[in-house]
Design a protein around this ligand. Structure first.
Ligand code: GTP
Ligand code: MG
Length: 501
């Protein structure tokens, strides 16, 4: 579906591994009618985790792009891996997202991964909505999770909703913008709207008033109305919240059970009403310091934020349209290396599935195949346009290992395969060390290097032997979220993750 810039919402799902991002993406797809059955992690049947290694592991290892139509909007959903080792996938998704949904597992509260991702969200200045997930979990503790979020991320964290009966009997959410209660049937889906029970009214009203004040605070006109009337209408509130969210002056909190399909519809409604479109975000930065606004009437410029090779298909390039429109057959010029690229076809992405589309407009995310000389971080322009989008700055490597092939004669094959993976994964660095006379790979953590080994073994059909491993610095290794777990304020390094594959 080709939609105007103002009706596009680019949303990235973030959160500690296992908090429920992929399941929430699946619930959003199901609720919006994009799929007719909800897949599960256990069955390896979600739209997002479609590679065999993700299905085998039950974790996302790559970011994936999906989209839904919700009311007036096309919501592009970028699901990301929670393991810190795959932070490169998060960073490239954050580059092209205009809003983040930060999931907090209601049974675990704020986790190490949440804190690391919070730093990235702040660096990117991405408007952020918190979603306290897994409310149906028997250990769900919404209040403690909310308190932890406020404590760590500040007083701008404000609840929009709270669950009435969390745990296995979860059915009801109180919504303090609309001041109603949503009651779900046993299979979730569309809830019934009921009045808030009398004994919940004081609590709900206090939350409502806090939201009204936050909405009024950032806009003078609304502040005056608030002083005049003592409150704001839902439309006025929406307008105020839109401004506050876009400027990171509020981090609204929602709740859901993605597994039981309860709550994702209201979250998408809020994204539709309040989250910024690419037309509403501050101008983006270009190499050289200038800035530009998204404009679908201007000459075409697209930016490649991710590439990956697929068997039988070849190179798959994911891009964001920063200017103009892009359609099949367009001839674009790569502003990084001057080569001409023909866009053979433009696709929309639904995880593994790609659908051909006539054209896409500024602000949207698309896919194309078989680019010849273009890679992640390249900008491609229509003739006459010569901009370069500020590239994604990937984090430095934190761990390294020397690699040797089974026999010397396999060396060339190994290097070729390593360079192929390096091209697709900017957080991998391959070094030929003349002093050590070794091939060394630098990556984000043990899981990352293990995944690289897995990919190399499939590309080159041999088993490599890893002969050494060193962390770049002690501090960096400790920051690796998923090697480190907080347990009663102690930091414990787990060995069990060593054996990843
Ligand atoms: N009870 C319950 N379980 C859930 C819910 N959402 C997800 N889960 C389970 O939690 C586990 C992790 O869910 P995922 O959706 O893979 O979590 P993720 O955040 O995508 O994990 P990574 O990809 O590793 O970062 C799976 O076993 C899910 O079935 C929920 O709402 N309720
Ligand atoms: Mg996942």
């Amino acid at each position: 579906m080709s939609v105007d810039t103002k009706n596009i919402r680019n949303v990235v799902l973030l959160g500690h591994s296992g908090c429920g991002k992929t399941t929430l993406a699946e619930a959003m797809l199901f609720e919006s009618g994009a799929i007719t059955r909800m897949g599960t992690i256990a069955a390896g049947s979600t739209m997002s985790d479609y590679t065999p290694i993700e299905q085998e592991r039950g974790n996302s290892l790559f970011s994936s792009l999906m989209h839904v139509k919700w009311r007036n909007c096309k919501i592009n959903i970028l699901d990301t891996p929670g393991f810190d080792d795959f932070i490169g996938e998060v960073v490239c998704s954050l580059k092209v997202a205009d809003t983040a949904l930060m999931l907090l597992n209601s049974a675990h509260g704020v986790e190490v991964g949440t804190e690391i991702l919070w730093d990235y969200v702040n660096d990117f200045k991405t408007p952020t909505i918190f979603v306290i997930s897994q409310i149906d979990h028997e250990k769900s503790d919404f209040d403690t999770t909310l308190e932890q979020a406020k404590e760590r991320f500040g007083s701008k964290v404000l609840p929009v909703q709270y669950p009435l009966n969390q745990g296995s009997g979860f059915t009801s959410i109180i919504d303090t913008i609309r001041m109603i209660m949503y009651v779900f049937g046993p299979n979730g889906g569309k809830p019934e709207k009921k009045p808030i029970p009398e004994n919940e009214m004081a609590k709900a009203m206090a939350m409502h008033n806090a939201l009204v004040e936050a909405a009024a605070e950032n806009e003078e006109g609304l502040m005056e109305k608030f002083f005049d009337k003592g409150t704001l209408s839902e439309e006025e509130m929406t307008e105020g919240l839109r401004i506050a969210l876009a400027h990171q002056q509020i981090f609204p909190v929602f709740c859901c059970s993605a597994l039981q399909d309860k709550g994702s519809g209201r979250i998408m409604g809020f994204i539709n009403d309040v989250a910024p479109s690419p037309a509403d975000v501050p101008p983006f930065e270009l190499v050289g310091g200038k800035t530009m606004k998204y404009d679908s009437k201007a000459p075409t410029s697209i930016f490649i934020y991710k590439t990956i090779s697929e068997a039988q298909v070849g190179l798959v390039s994911y891009f964001k349209i920063y200017s103009g429109t892009v359609r099949s057959g367009d001839e674009l010029i790569n502003s990084d290396n001057g080569t001409h690229e023909r866009i053979s076809q433009v696709f929309e992405s639904e995880g593994k599935v790609r659908n051909v589309i006539d054209f896409l407009q500024a602000g949207d995310l698309g896919v194309t195949l078989k680019m010849k000389n273009s890679h992640t971080n390249n900008t491609l322009n229509a003739k006459g346009q010569s901009i370069q989008i500020d590239p994604i700055h990937f984090p430095e490597a934190r761990i390294r290992t020397a690699v040797v092939p089974p026999s010397k004669s396999d060396m060339e094959k190994l290097i070729k395969a390593l360079h192929q993976v390096e091209e697709e994964d900017p957080t991998l660095r391959v070094e030929q060390s003349a002093t050590l006379k070794q091939t060394i790979i630098h990556g984000q953590g043990q899981l990352h290097l293990d995944l690289i080994r897995y990919r190399i073994e499939r590309i080159s059909a041999f088993t490599w032997i890893s002969i050494s491993r060193k962390f770049h610095t002690e501090k960096q290794s400790l920051k690796s979220a998923n090697e480190v777990y907080r347990h009663k304020n102690k930091v414990v390094v787990l060995d069990s993750l060593e054996k990843f594959i």
